[in-house]
Design a protein around this ligand. Structure first.
Ligand code: ASP
Length: 440
């Protein structure tokens, strides 16, 4: 029988009533055997996520040597949930133990990971399923990235014989043997790793929205929902800020061709969005699948006559940036010009000044200029490459909205076109592009 892995996000864990709903979802399909959970999220707007409460615990621990005071709020969240669910588990002694270990470990990652740990303990008990600690089955390499081989094997061994099992998301064990977390939102990655390890037929990611929308609903009113995305489209959209799913969570499942389905815990009947390999992708007929973007980039513009003929020019420029350990997002170029698009936050602490000095010394450009406060907007879709005139429509729409395009980069995948505009034009630009390809 095929198996499904279900990951439930923070809002699906927020209180006992929602967790009871989660059990109904799991019980309604026998294939839903392996469950990954996040820490309890917000119950209402203005509430604080348990993970954020835990980061506050670490702050207190660092300042005073114990997290005793801040941990009270974490304790209250979990005792409430256990009470609502009528659990037999002695939640207070689990919490005592956890608080003691936080004080002993004195590690930010360990402290932050306890939300998922406690969540999984509670859900395992409530479902009558086995609890498998991520500490024992998810491993990181020396460089901090996932050790896939070791993790897949450990998970496959751990689930052997288990009818149902619950895993905490977000953390594992680092190369130094201590608990280490993924970046924020990383339980999505844990779900994908478990799906790969058990060779799931589907990775269901249960959240509080009915899948991906064609653009940010805070900018365009009720945008169209996206039924199907390819892994590649998902990667482009989530990298550019569509944050339904952690942008790194496709890597483990993509290799094994396991589809991901985004579902809404609060509206389980909604179809959601399915993410499939490009080979199984059924074009919807639309030119553009989605639009996403991010603000606050810096563009370093370099001009030098005969740049194209100068052997090693690009390498010299890039090695200056590499020395500062700064990632470059895009490198649009012409025969005598090149631009480097970098997230502005990565250039703090005088890195920008050092990079400019380094480039001047390394390649002696005729002109070097910095353009700040740039927003990038990606228009993504497999339909774009085969249709003549898509870029003309895109640029016309932006021009008609009276927006000046500062930079253009068409990914070599022909799957997306990225434009850079002023931060202030960001919302207006997304509205214009949406209206052009999806109607008003
Ligand atoms: N609880 C963690 C966070 O808030 C991880 C997750 O929810 O995926 O980032």
């Amino acid at each position: 029988m095929s198996v499904k892995v279900c990951k439930f996000g923070g809002t699906s864990m927020a209180d006992g009533n929602v967790v009871a709903n989660v059990k109904k979802i799991i019980d309604s399909d026998k294939e839903r055997r392996f469950v990954v959970v996040s820490a309890p999220g917000k119950r209402y707007s203005g509430d604080v996520k348990v993970t954020d409460l835990l980061y506050a615990c670490f702050e207190e621990l660092r300042n005073t040597g114990t997290c005793a005071d801040a941990f009270k709020a974490v304790r209250a969240r979990f005792t409430d949930i256990a009470k609502q669910l009528g659990l037999k588990l002695d939640i207070n002694s689990v919490l005592d133990e956890t608080q003691k270990r936080i004080d002993e470990e004195k590690s930010e990652d360990f402290t932050a990971s306890r939300g998922e740990y406690l969540s999984a303990r509670v859900v395992a008990e409530y479902l009558g399923a086995e609890f498998i600690d991520a500490e024992d089955v998810i491993f990181f390499k020396e460089d901090g990235t996932l050790d896939g081989g070791k993790s897949y094997k450990a998970i496959a061994d751990a689930v052997n014989g288990a009818e149902k099992a619950v895993f905490p998301g977000f953390y594992g064990t680092g190369a130094d043997g201590r608990v280490k977390t993924f970046s924020r939102g990383g339980s999505d990655i844990t779900g994908a790793v478990v799906a790969r390890a058990v060779n799931a037929s589907l990775y269901e990611n249960w959240t509080d929205v009915s899948g991906f929308l064609a653009c940010d609903p805070r900018i365009v009113d009720s945008p169209k929902s996206i039924r199907q995305l390819s892994y590649k489209e998902l990667r482009e959209l989530s990298y550019m800020g569509a944050n339904v799913l952690h942008s790194e969570s496709i890597f483990p499942v993509r290799k094994a061709n396991i589809p991901i389905q985004i579902k809404n815990t609060f509206r389980p009947e909604d179809e959601g969005t399915t993410i499939v390999p490009t080979s199984r992708y059924v074009p919807s007929g639309g030119t553009v699948t989605g639009i996403a973007g991010k603000k606050n980039f810096t563009v370093i513009f370099i001009e030098k006559s005969l740049m194209n003929a100068e052997i090693g020019f690009v390498r010299k420029v890039l090695s200056v940036i590499e020395q500062e350990s700064v990632p470059v997002e895009h490198i649009p170029s012409g025969i005598d010009t090149m631009s480097l698009v970098i997230e502005s936050g990565a250039l703090a602490h005088y890195k920008l000044e050092r990079i400019l000095e380094g480039i001047k010394n390394a390649v002696e450009p005729d002109i070097i200029r910095v353009i700040e406060n740039i927003a990038l907007i990606a228009t993504v879709g497999h339909g774009m490459s085969s249709l003549v005139g898509t870029s003309a429509r895109l640029f016309n729409a932006i021009a008609s909205a009276d927006i000046n395009i500062k930079m253009i980069d068409q990914g070599s995948s022909e799957l997306n076109i990225v434009v850079g505009v002023k931060n202030d034009d960001y919302e207006k630009c997304i509205k214009a592009v949406y209206a052009e390809f999806f109607g008003k």
